[in-house]
Design a protein around this ligand. Structure first.
Ligand code: SF4
Length: 81
């Protein structure tokens, strides 16, 4: 089964997962999207897919685009914990 078939966000408004920016009013939207992700049975494969594909936009696996960029940067440079 494709992990997307079990995605909790399938019954949500897709716009929720694509905030404009990550600060200010977008923070509330991001937290609402994360709340859906936290109860999603495929959070891990979703986050892995987004990282593997360097997905540039949206909340995937409870991670924002900025958070994914940070993870990828740390992986490339070997920095961070
Ligand atoms: S982790 Fe979030 S974005 Fe990924 S499939 Fe689940 S609800 Fe959708």
């Amino acid at each position: 089964m494709n992990w997307r078939e079990a995605a909790a966000c399938r019954s949500e408004d897709p716009e929720l997962f694509f905030p404009v920016g990550e600060d200010g009013p977008a923070r509330r939207q991001i937290e609402q999207a994360r709340a859906v992700c936290r109860r999603c049975p495929v959070l891990v494969p979703c986050a892995s897919w987004a990282l593997r594909n360097a997905e540039r936009d949206g909340v995937w696996g409870a991670m924002t685009a900025g958070e994914r960029r940070d993870v990828l940067f740390r992986r490339r440079t070997g920095s961070g914990p």
